[in-house]
Design a protein around this ligand. Structure first.
Ligand code: MG
Length: 144
């Protein structure tokens, strides 16, 4: 498969180069891997519906995060059985990762006003306190 010699989206070249380096580390550690997809069962499809509704609600309430977006996209991967559609969903996950990395790289700790998002743990369980969505610092004044 051919690939473009130039990247049009800011940050994507660096992202691709870093992915290439990580793939080399994976190949060195695990070798060439082949596994079943393990996707597309009914519970995975129901979970994808749940994560889509979760993400819509999060952004609808003004508290959406990159983690919400990525979780929705990963759930869509897990829900897909058709190989061509599964491949397309995996590329969407990679594109979200590229966008998230670019956003992180665009930040400096000094140039933002902290916002508030609910800190979450395993299975998106609220942890009972707020953190800044930009720098990740705990907002002690906003503890619940
Ligand atoms: Mg998707």
């Amino acid at each position: 498969m051919s690939h473009p010699s130039t990247f049009t989206t800011p940050g994507v070249r660096q992202f691709a180069e870093e992915i290439d380096a990580e793939r080399q580390r994976q190949l060195a550690k695990f070798g060439d891997q082949h596994h079943p997809d393990g996707t597309g069962n009914k519970s995975q499809q129901e979970y994808a519906d749940h994560k889509r509704r979760w993400c819509e609600a999060a952004f609808g309430s003004g508290y959406g995060t990159w983690a919400d977006i990525l979780a929705e996209e990963v759930a869509e991967v897990e829900a897909e059985r058709d190989p061509a559609k599964l491949r397309a969903e995996l590329l969407q996950v990679a594109a979200v990762c590229a966008a998230w990395v670019a956003d992180i790289d665009s930040r400096t700790t000094a140039d933002h006003v902290c916002n508030s998002i609910m800190a979450r743990g395993e299975m998106d369980e609220p942890l009972g306190y707020l953190i800044c969505g930009m720098c990740g610092k705990r907002k002690s004044e906003a503890q619940r």
